[in-house]
Design a binder for this molecule. Structure first.
Ligand code: PBG
Length: 342
């Protein structure tokens, strides 16, 4: 018996051949660039995220977003950083009409009009003293619970209020990240009621309770001061549960779905894309994923550009239409320069 030699290598022989048969292409317009904005003062480097800064609402922010637009990065995701002294139990700084995110949105709108797509993160954790994404209340004693319980339905009212204030400032999409049940319908109802039916929702529909958020929590000083987020963020052991979370958010009116983190959850990205093909899917290449690459590159252990392009390609190949990534500007620069590791 003789076996034929079939030759897939023919399609890999030259760069030009590989390029014409490539299934996945990463473009700057796939990226959403996360930006940390803060009240006044100077720009502050974020130690655990080399190359990322907390920027005051001002010229540097305009320059950064402007550079992105020149390179084809059309979207930003804003996170507000406030001093501990401003934090309270309910996160009231988050819905202050003159809060840091609201002012940043207005500034970007004034500078770039409709050319920029502005997403805003909607959550309590960066604005509350306790650092949770919902309101802590007494433990449910009847269940033998010891630590405080993160309440759901009162939290929704606050989340809706934050979202409306971002819409009022001119956001295109609000992005609730707190994993509260019903957050999308609460926001949709509030936006519609206040006359913002044009403002969309990108839901952090499938958000896992992950160790990869460590550097972000340093950037925002938003780590929970007691307990953890396991009672609201998803268990990393579950994949099919992602379909439930995605379906509920679709039914509640989400326009764009998200899976987060990205790299350890490529299977989940694929699963959600296969079941909810008609909804744009974003994947969040989170802080810890970014910092691991940066740390290894600083030590000279990996080729940063090559690894970053491979990671972004993998996330897109897995089914993401949009990639929220701290590498956005660098990757867009490399693409502009014609860098291509494949
Ligand atoms: C807040 C929020 C988190 C991130 C985005 N929004 C962290 C968390 O849940 O603690 C993480 C982003 C990142 O790690 O890059 N709800």
């Amino acid at each position: 018996m003789s076996y034929p030699v079939l030759r897939p290598r023919r399609l890999r022989l030259t760069k030009a051949i590989r390029d014409i048969v490539a299934e996945t292409r990463v473009l700057p317009s796939d990226f959403i660039m996360p930006v940390f904005v803060k009240e006044g003062g100077g720009k502050e480097p974020i130690e655990a995220m080399p190359g990322q800064y907390r920027l005051p609402v001002g010229d540097e922010l305009v320059r950064l977003v402007g550079r992105g637009l020149e390179l084809g990065v059309k979207a930003v995701l804003l996170f507000g950083v406030v001093p501990d002294a401003v934090k309270d139990e309910t996160g009231s700084a988050a819905y202050d009409p003159n809060g840091v995110v609201q002012r940043a949105v207005r500034l970007l709108r004034r500078e770039f009009g409709e050319d920029v797509v502005v997403f805003t993160d909607v959550c309590l954790c960066g604005y509350t003293r306790h650092g949770h994404c919902g309101l802590p209340v007494e433990p449910i004693k009847r269940r033998g619970m010891r630590g405080r319980f993160i309440e759901n339905d009162e939290t929704l009212k606050l989340i809706a209020r934050i979202a409306v204030s971002h819409a009022e400032a001119g956001a295109d999409f609000v992005a609730p990240s707190g994993m509260m049940d019903g957050m999308v319908s609460a926001i949709r109802a509030a936006l519609d009621k206040e006359g913002y039916s044009d403002v969309g929702i990108m839901s952090y529909a499938v958000k896992y309770c992950s160790g990869f958020y460590g550097p972000f929590r340093e950037a925002m000083s938003s780590a929970p001061r007691f307990g953890d987020r396991r009672s609201y963020q998803m268990d990393p052991r579950n994949a099919y549960e992602a379909l439930k979370e995605a379906r509920l958010d679709v039914e509640e009116g989400a326009d764009i779905l998200m899976v987060k983190p990205a790299l350890a959850y490529l299977d989940v990205i694929r699963l959600v894309k296969n079941y909810f093909t008609e909804y744009p899917l974003a994947a969040y290449n989170v802080s810890g994923e970014y910092s691991m690459v940066k740390a290894a590159a600083e030590k000279g252990w990996i080729d940063e550009r090559r690894v970053v392009m491979e990671i972004l390609t993998a996330i897109k190949r897995a089914g993401a239409d949009l990639i929220i990534t701290y590498h956005a500007l660098d990757a867009a620069e490399w693409i502009r320069e014609g860098y291509d590791p494949f």
